[in-house]
Design a protein around this ligand. Structure first.
Ligand SMILES: [Zn+2]
Length: 129
C-alpha cells in the first residue's frame, strides 16, 4: 500500500490559472436529457456543478427525462424515485433553476448568458488594457 493516495505537494504553486485567452468557453457544461419519447433536452449547467440532476423535465412533453450517458441502473432508480414522488402527490420542491425555466426558455437564457458574458469580458478587457 506504500504510496497509495499520497499527495505530493511539489506541484503546488506551479499551476497557473491564467492562460491568457480570457474566460474560456468551458464555463458551461451541457447535459442532454432524453425522455421516454426520445425527445432531447439540453440543459446548460455551470462547469462548477459536479452533481447535475439525473432526471429533468422533458422540454417537449414534460415527462421525466434522464441524463444521457447515465448508467442504466442509476437512471432507472432516479426515474423510479421521481415517479414515486409524483404518484404519491408529494410536490417535489422546485430548484431556483426550475423557477427560472418557467419564465424563460433555454434560447432566451442563452441570449442572456451571452450578454452577461460579453459584459464580463468587456470589463475584463478594459481593466487589463
Ligand atoms: Zn419528451
Amino acid at each position: 500500500m506504500a504510496g497509495k493516495g499520497r499527495i505530493v505537494g511539489s506541484n503546488m504553486g506551479s499551476i497557473s490559472y491564467e492562460n491568457g485567452d480570457g474566460p474560456s468557453t468551458a464555463q458551461v457544461q451541457r447535459v442532454r436529457y432524453v425522455c421516454a419519447d426520445q425527445h432531447q433536452t439540453e440543459v446548460p449547467f455551470s462547469a462548477e456543478v459536479t452533481d447535475v440532476p439525473a432526471v429533468w423535465d422533458c422540454g417537449s412533453c414534460r415527462q421525466d427525462a434522464v441524463a444521457d450517458g447515465l448508467d442504466a441502473e442509476v437512471s432507472a432508480q432516479a426515474l423510479s424515485a421521481a415517479g414515486h414522488a409524483a404518484r404519491h402527490g408529494k410536490p417535489v420542491p422546485k430548484t431556483p433553476w426550475q423557477h427560472v425555466l418557467e419564465r424563460r426558455s433555454i434560447p432566451e437564457l442563452e441570449v442572456i448568458l451571452a450578454e452577461r458574458l460579453a459584459l464580463l469580458r468587456g470589463k475584463k478587457h478594459r481593466a487589463s488594457a
